[in-house]
Design a protein around this ligand. Structure first.
Ligand SMILES: Nc1ncnc2c1ncn2[C@@H]1O[C@H](COP(=O)(O)OP(=O)(O)OP(=O)(O)O)[C@@H](O)[C@H]1O
Length: 488
């Protein structure tokens, strides 16, 4: 689910001597191009405090109360933009507070998970597979339970958990849900409690992305454990992301796979050039990662003459099982190898400043060494950026600082330096780390990466959309207004 509301910026990457982001700690910079109103971002689980979100409406507050004060196992759903992630983040923050005060409880009492790395990152969690220690979840229960018992970290996860949060549950299949319930019963030695006495908080929209499987899809709600464990289910109905009633009707019809003539006409009318601002092209959304990579590489190669730079991530694994560590690193959103070129369109993947947030779009304006930047580039920065410089200059990586980005001048450059992306266990112990420039190429994005983002301008291929309505609806639902959607 979500992230900060996508704002737009021009990005200039300042780089280190030598081209290796991690080793040389080159700086990158972003020029902001949108007015501050556009830069307000969604509450981001990556760096924004979960309590910074909007005030919950009545429905959302009722769910929060039932979970936090009532200790109920619940499932809540709702179409894109109804604030599922907002509630979930508030619930997670409140549950952590609650268990902090309880004797015999640790930080690990609240396990925060999702089926994919990016979805987990959005709520400050880890993948359900990695938390539970189920590997690929292909082995039988007895083998899996025995493996968990031999792995101190996985066993501790289960034994300390008082609440298990699973977001984006539409992507979790019934087999895995039943497997988790059986493991919970076995490890907690509570065979008669449906989920071993662990409270379950589950959120997602079954009309969005389904489980990835080669077999017939069997959704989580079709599992045996579902009815035995989930005590109450809710549908959030107020859509916050989109306000236009016509666009809302289109989204709802696509969501359920029934399109009226008015909706078909409306979608066809979206096949037109989009009036985007400041040279940022609409993001093209694709279901397959290989299509995303091909499209990004193609469009970056089209940028003739610009300086090119490769940034190799600096990875470190802090657990004994190196193979498991490598798998965790694969789930980190920052790329192992990042190829950039001046003029390339990129998206920030971490909040580096109050306005420069996860989802901010920009253009790479160049690569500058820290020493060059201090002479030329920093002179172009506003005074607030200079203040930010001294504020952040003591960072542990010793690199040149981020600049404020707090102004809305089009010419404000925002230098970027490598940032640390890590996966931690529920107690906050770092398991793996990656140091990389916090951007990804962003002409094209996979629907999984776009999941939960609010994108300013999107371009979507709707041919065959009603054969897989949820995917199309999922994509269009990321735009806040149909004026920002272009049908390819
Ligand atoms: N109570 C609220 N008041 C004001 N804005 C809200 C409220 N709840 C959510 N929002 C805003 O609505 C937008 C969508 O919220 P959120 O991302 O949580 O929805 P979602 O249901 O998780 O969407 P998706 O299914 O696409 O991930 C965000 O910009 C969020 O800040």
């Amino acid at each position: 689910m979500p992230k900060p509301e996508t704002s737009t910026a021009n990005v200039a990457i300042l780089t280190p001597e030598g081209g290796n982001a991690a080793k040389n700690k080159r700086r990158s910079s972003i020029e902001e191009v949108l007015p501050p109103s556009k830069k307000q971002h969604k509450d981001s689980a990556t760096t924004t405090s979960p309590t910074d979100g909007p005030q919950l409406n009545g429905q959302q507050e009722m769910i929060r109360k039932l979970v936090v004060e009532g200790g109920k196992s619940v499932f809540f759903t709702g179409s894109a933009g109804t604030g599922k992630s907002v509630v979930l983040r508030k619930i997670i923050a409140d549950l952590k507070e609650k268990f902090k005060k309880e004797p015999n409880s640790t930080m690990a009492a609240v396990a925060v998970t999702a089926p994919t790395g990016i979805a987990a990152c959005n709520i400050g969690g880890v993948t359900i597979h990695s938390w539970a220690g189920v590997g690929t979840a292909k082995e039988d229960i007895t083998t899996t339970v025995n493996k968990i018992k031999k792995n101190k970290r996985h066993l501790a996860n289960w034994l300390r958990a008082k609440v298990l949060v699973i977001d984006e549950v539409s992507m979790v299949d019934a087999y895995l849900m039943d497997m988790l319930a059986k493991i919970a019963r076995e490890l907690t030695n509570r065979p008669n409690d449906s989920f071993g006495g662990i409270q379950l908080v589950v959120s997602g929209d079954f009309l969005q992305l389904p489980p990835v499987t080669k077999k017939t899809v069997k959704y989580a709600f079709e599992s045996q454990m579902w009815d035995q464990t989930i005590e109450q289910a809710f549908i959030l109905t107020e859509v916050f992301r989109q306000k236009d009633p016509e666009f809302l009707r289109v989204l709802e019809e696509i969501r359920v796979g029934v399109a009226s003539q008015a909706t078909i006409d409306k979608l066809q009318s979206l096949s037109r050039p989009l009036d985007t601002k400041h040279g940022i092209k609409p993001i093209e959304l694709y279901p397959m990662r290989k299509d995303v990579e091909a499209r990004n590489n193609w469009l970056i190669a089209e940028l003739k003459g610009g300086e090119t730079m490769s940034f190799a991530a600096q990875d470190s694994i802090h657990i004994a099982d190196k193979e498991a560590g490598e798998k965790m690193l694969e789930q980190i959103v920052a790329l192992k190898s990042l190829e950039l070129r001046s003029g390339a369109q990129v998206m920030l993947i971490k909040n580096v400043d109050k306005n420069m947030v996860n989802g901010t779009m920009g253009i790479v304006t160049g690569f500058v060494t820290p020493s060059d930047a201090s002479k030329e580039e920093l002179q172009t920065l506003p005074p607030s950026a200079t203040t930010a410089k001294s504020r952040t200059s003591g960072r542990k990586d010793g690199t040149a600082p981020d600049t404020s980005g707090g102004t809305n001048q089009r010419q404000d450059k925002f230098p970027l330096v490598p940032e640390t992306f890590s996966m931690e266990d529920p107690e906050g112990k770092v398991l793996v780390e990656r140091l990389q420039i916090p951007v990804i190429p962003a002409y094209a994005l996979s629907i999984h990466k776009a999941q939960g983002q609010t994108l300013e301008h999107v371009k979507i291929d709707l041919s065959g959309a009603f054969a897989c309505g949820s995917v199309a609806g999922r994509n269009i639902g990321q735009a806040s207004d149909c004026r920002q959607v272009k049908h390819m």
